[in-house]
Design a protein around this ligand. Sequence first.
Ligand SMILES: C[S@@+](CC[C@H](N)C(=O)[O-])C[C@H]1O[C@@H](n2cnc3c(N)ncnc32)[C@H](O)[C@@H]1O
Length: 211
Amino acid sequence: MQREHVGTVPVDRLDSGTRFYLKANGMGRLIKRIKKFDAVAKLLIGREVLRGAEIGVSRGKLSKSLLQHYPKLTLYMVDRWCQPDESDSYYDTDKHSWCTKTEFERYLQTAIRNTDFAGDRRIIIRKHFNEAATEVEDASLDFVFIDCDHSFTGTLGAILAWAPKLKENGIMGGHDWEWPGARSAAMNYARHVGGKAVPGIKQSWAIEYPA
Ligand SMILES: C[S@@+](CC[C@H](N)C(=O)[O-])C[C@H]1O[C@@H](n2cnc3c(N)ncnc32)[C@H](O)[C@@H]1O
């Protein structure tokens, strides 16, 4: 019997989440980095994905995958690419907070290079997520993906700043489900809006609403 493949990978060797949405989307290739987007991707199946935001971009690896995966997507790539000061909730939650100024500059340049193929579909905002949100129209996004500060305050702050940017049926989700602060922020926010924060593979999460 012939074995089914996605790109060069046999379908039966993919994890179920990836298999599910890649097949549902009729994708002909596997995009490895998109796995951390799993929980959101599942909720976007069957929709036209035109505008979204990734909060926390670093070297733009996920941005690149998203722009490849969704050919009509215009992506806001939000990251301040600078060291947090000691009062910032991000200060000791992630190794990136310890990058030197030079390293952050290099990460930004790498993010630009990684997404150059979609230069007309990316909008890079180099600011704190609160300030960046003021540059985006309310009710305009199909998804928001939070992957920046993994603390409770940082995650909740990012969710609250960006939730108004979602269209009525837009999807709020993110990464770092295994970080207690990030998970608790997602769960608390979901409860507050009558939804449920649901984990996917690779530490992804998304907020689902009852049908
Ligand atoms: C884990 S990395 C992002 C990885 C990226 N999403 C990917 O999958 O390729 C986290 C990034 O969040 C950014 N960040 C942290 N706190 C931030 C804040 N308050 N505003 C904007 N960016 C922030 C950091 O500069 C860092 O580059």
